[in-house]
Structure formats: C-alpha cells, structure tokens
Design a protein around this ligand. Structure first.
Ligand code: FNR
Length: 346
C-alpha cells in the first residue's frame, strides 16, 4: 500500500470475495462507525448514501489537525469525512439518477476511496421521487448507462446495491445487465421495494442471483437471522453468496464483526465509539443518533434521557465517564494547532 502525500491510498486491489461488510446506512455509517467496525473485524465498510449533487458542491479539504480529508459544502457542513486508515477498505455509496453527475461526483472522491457504489435499492420517497434508489430498478437502460459511465471513467472498482424485484425472472434479467456493465460486485438486499424489514428476506432469490452471475454477490437483508458472528457464515451459506453485508445488527452492536463467542457489552462498544467520535470531532447530533440506535429500548432509562437532552459531545462523554478523554484530546489538539501556527510564523 502506497500512502500518497495527500493522504489517499493508491491500492485498488479491493475484492469482494469472502468478506464481511458494514452496510451503507444514512447517519449511521459515518467515519467513527466505519473505523470501529474495521477495528472489530469488518473487512470492508460502506459510507452512508451521499447524493451526487451534494458532493459536487463540496470542497475537498485536508484537515491536518484531525488527520482527515473533509468534503465541505458552502454552509461549512461536512458532507463526507474520511481518513487514510480506512481508504483501502472504504466504498463510497452514491445516490444518483444521472450518469454524468455521478461521474463528476465519483471523480472528485476517487483518490480517497477504494471503490464507488451506486444505490439502487433505497425505497424512501425522497430517493424514488427523485428517480434515484429503487426507482432505478425498473429502468435497466438507465442503470446500465450510469454503471458503464462510471466503470469507464473512474479508475477504481464500481459496485452497485439493489433490492430484488417481485419476479425472480425479472431480477435475474436485471442483474445480468448490471453484470454486463462491468461492475466488480453486486450487493443484493432480498426484499422488494414495497417490502418492510418485518417481511422475510428472500434468501432463495439471492441464491438464484449468485448462481446466475460470475461477479461476487454480496448477500444482505439477513440481520434478523444474524445475531452472532457465527450466524454470518450461516447466512452466507444459506444465500450462496461470496460476501455478507450487515446493516441493522451492526448498528445495534458492531462487535457482530468480531470473531468471538458473544458480542461485546453494549457500554464497551459505546465507549469505543465515543472515543472515535472525540478523535475525529464527530458532530454531536450524529453521535447522539448513533448511540440512540445502540441503546434501543434503553433510551427510556435515566441515562438514555440524559443522552436525548445532551447538546455537546462532552456531555455525552460524561455519561460514559469519558469527559477526561474528551478534555485531554481537545487540549492536545489545541496545542498542536498553536504549535503549527507558530511554526508557520517562523
Ligand atoms: C439503511 N439502508 C440503506 N441502504 C442503502 O443502500 N443506502 C443507505 O444509505 C441506507 N441507509 C439505511 C439506514 C438505516 C438506519 C438502515 C437500518 C438501513 C438499508 C441497509 O443497507 C440494508 O440494505 C437493510 O437494512 C437490510 O440489511 P440488514 O439490516 O438486514 O442487515
């Protein structure tokens, strides 16, 4: 792996065989969750879906103080933050309905990621009304146009993530066309656009898709069946997939990626997560949201309610006895910042 001076990694050897993968999740799959998942055993991590036109409006800024690369919009919002520790295993997921815009967005970020994914599975009204997400599943010509444009114009692997169609035959026809566009791997969530998490995942569809194409298929939608590390391999076998992608079970406790008997205790995971939030100055509202997902019904406890009321990262840290860690990290950062300003003045 060759670390370039700009912090990017020039290693495009990522492959999607035999991997366990953190799924793209809006608000959840941001930098601290990705780094923690990698630390605990995930092989590959996806970003949350990032809409192409939002990315195109951003400036790329190297943040020396944090050791990150930030994509920042006109309102100073960090749309995407990454760091060299993850770049060889990071897939950025784009939301798009236009091949040229997708290409511009992909070219902007390509040096900071290992691969680019296109989201063709999102059933949310925002995506579907905008012609993105699962709206693409019924427009195979557009799908091929977007993927082919990316494959030809981007120097890193392109992948895509779909939901299944109600008919298996239609789904197989679609994935054959996706394969012909030159993508490196295909993630399949075994539910249709209108099916909800409580509906069973169509593992038999995933199995048929995996048998019908030559590229690696990444099975997804198994969180109800994946409660332990060992369940990941069982799901892989059930679906006949190359790799497994996990969303909800990882959101609840990302030590699901760790090859161990049981999960780590929730408070242990939260503390490790919070330290990374401090290290990378993660936004307080994003931090709060992700911890709320980990707490689940425990949000009703006194500590859960204090979390809900918290307005600063330090307040959240105090709830898990990490206020000193928060203070120390900030003091160190301030000292580093002062030193570098003084050096600039010499
Ligand atoms: C998602 N999902 C999702 N999918 C996607 O392609 N891009 C995204 O940004 C999101 N965002 C998102 C947020 C949250 C909070 C959840 C729970 C899910 C769908 C997700 O990646 C996955 O396909 C499904 O959750 C099914 O997998 P699991 O949960 O059974 O492992």
């Amino acid at each position: 792996v060759d670390h370039a001076s700009n912090g990017s990694t020039r290693d495009d050897t990522i492959d999607f065989v035999g991997k366990t993968i953190l799924a793209p999740m809006v608000r959840t799959s941001t930098l601290p969750m990705r780094l923690l998942s990698l630390r605990l055993g995930a092989d590959i991590v996806y970003t949350e879906e990032i809409i192409d036109y939002k990315l195109i409006r951003c400036q790329r800024v190297v943040n020396h103080l944090l050791g990150t690369v930030d994509y920042i919009d006109d309102n100073a919002v960090v749309v995407f933050r990454t760091c060299p520790q993850e770049s060889s295993r990071l897939v950025l997921q784009l939301g798009t309905n236009d091949s040229q815009r997708a290409l511009r967005a992909a070219q902007m970020v390509v040096r900071d990621v290992a691969a680019i994914d296109v989201n063709m599975g999102c059933p949310k009204a925002f995506s579907v009304k905008g012609g993105m997400g699962s709206a693409l599943l019924t427009q195979p010509d557009k799908v091929v146009d977007i993927l082919q444009t990316l494959v030809r114009g981007v120097a890193k692997p392109i992948t895509c993530k779909i939901r299944v169609l109600p008919s298996l035959e239609d789904t197989i026809r679609l994935v054959r066309r996706i394969e012909s566009a030159g993508v490196r791997a295909l993630a399949v969530h075994g539910r249709t656009q209108s099916e909800r998490p409580k509906d069973p995942n169509r593992n038999d569809y995933i199995r048929a898709i995996a048998a019908a194409v030559d590229i690696p298929v990444i099975g997804n939608g198994g969180s109800d069946e994946i409660q332990t590390y060992a369940d990941i391999e069982r799901f892989r076998q059930r679906t006949g997939c190359s790799s497994v992608m996990i969303a909800r079970s990882a959101q609840k406790n990302c030590s699901i990626f760790a090859d161990r008997e049981g999960l780590l205790a929730m408070d242990d995971v939260i503390r490790q997560y919070l330290e990374l939030c401090v290290d990378y100055d993660n936004h307080v509202m994003n931090t709060k949201y992700v911890i709320q997902q980990m707490l689940g019904p425990l949000q009703e406890t006194p500590r859960g309610r204090e979390l809900l009321a918290a307005q600063t990262l330090r307040t959240i840290c105090r709830l898990w006895e990490l206020n000193h860690y928060c203070d120390q990290t900030r003091i160190k950062r301030e000292l580093t910042s002062k030193t570098s300003i003084e050096n600039q003045n010499i």
